[in-house]
Design a protein around this ligand. Structure first.
Ligand code: UFG
Length: 329
């Protein structure tokens, strides 16, 4: 029986596909390639180009194969764009999930691992953040992730569907083989942007705000290696398969690093001076986001194994220095 991965051509999805295949699973990827890359899809995965809002496309996939589970990544994920264009996010992220869940239920597929986000919390009340802390998203991206989580919860009461919603903190790093990594267009994330400076593609990195209530005044984030995320997805699938109760799980390292610390570590890893300039803070950026992994550790046995910032940045650099133009070369 196969595993369906909608969004398996994207940054995080493609890493999970590689991991599933390495562990001997049969994998089918569905992706509309709106933001994903065909070259990111492992050659041993079966690939279908299509949109999950298209129920006829999904029906044809589910008619062709028997899926044991769905690991769902297909979504738009730019926070700023979601503020400018909420309809796009509700349509694709929520509309896509509704179509997918409808088709899953009609075909009797009852296990889903859902790619959620720390954006579901909004401005946190406590650090580290626990899964049952307040969820008050401050942008439509986070709202759509939370809306899908709520839909999953209601469905788990009304139907045999069971889910694990994984709230990622800041995904970073690349595959150890160096052939897949992060390639967003436009790129908005700190680590790839810092490495673009080291690659000579930008003159400097803007540090968004230095007057936050943090030790050095810059925002603190919890960076988690994409290989650890991949491992957590497989644990979540096994948890559901063995009758686990599912629910919401944080995925982070449980350790925060400031923007300045990231830039400093990237200088060390790349040997490039990486000039930095202080810019105004970005609207809606919480000062600190750090996960508590206690529940994921307790219930999924999850423990990050690439937790050092230097290791995470070195892994990202291994991809970016060899692929300065991402999948385009
Ligand atoms: N930052 C800069 N300069 C840049 C880019 C980012 O200083 O050029 C700062 C941001 O202000 C933030 C930190 O670096 O403090 C990390 O920013 P990212 O854009 O890399 O990541 P975010 O923390 O904003 O976003 C991440 C995920 C989102 C998710 C969010 C949860 O990428 O998908 O966490 O809040 F929604």
């Amino acid at each position: 029986m196969a595993i369906l991965v909608p969004g398996g051509a994207g940054y995080i999805g493609s890493h999970i596909v590689h991991e599933l295949l390495d562990r001997g699973e049969e994998v089918v990827v569905a992706d509309n390639l709106q933001t994903g890359h065909r070259a990111a899809v492992h050659p041993d995965a079966e690939f279908y180009q299509g949109d999950i809002r298209d129920r006829a496309f999904l029906d044809s996939l589910f008619g062709r194969k028997r899926f044991v589970a769905v690991v769902h990544f297909a979504a738009n994920s730019l926070v700023g764009e979601s503020v400018r264009n909420p309809l796009k996010y509700y349509d694709n992220n929520l509309g896509g999930a509704i179509a997918l869940l409808d088709v899953m239920l009609r075909h009797g597929v009852h296990h889903i691992v859902f790619s959620s986000s720390a954006a579901a919390y909004g401005e946190p009340e406590n650090i580290p953040i626990l899964e049952d802390d307040r969820t008050l998203p401050v942008n439509p991206y986070g709202e759509t992730k939370l809306a899908v989580e709520k839909l999953l919860r209601w469905l788990s009461r009304a139907t045999p569907l069971r889910h694990a919603a994984l709230r990622y903190f800041n995904a970073a790093g690349a595959h150890s083989r160096g052939d897949i990594g992060e390639d967003h267009s436009p790129e908005t994330h700190l680590i790839p942007l810092v490495l673009q400076v080291a690659n000579g593609k930008c003159a400097d990195i803007g540090i968004f705000g230095d007057d936050y209530p943090t030790p050095d005044g810059t925002c603190v984030r919890d960076y988690i290696h994409v290989a650890d995320l991949a491992d957590a997805h497989i644990r979540a699938m096994r948890h559901l398969a063995s009758g686990g109760s599912g629910g919401v799980f944080n995925l982070g390292n449980g350790v925060g690093f400031s923007v300045r610390e990231v830039v400093e570590k990237a200088r060390k890893v790349t040997g490039h001076p990486i000039p930095a300039r202080i810019r105004p803070g970005r609207k809606g950026d919480p000062a600190q986001l750090v996960a508590s992994n206690a529940k994921s550790e307790r219930e999924l046995g999850f423990k990050p194994s690439h937790s050092g910032l230097e290791e995470i940045i070195a892994s990202a650099w291994n991809w970016h220095k060899r692929h300065p133009n991402g999948f385009a070369g």
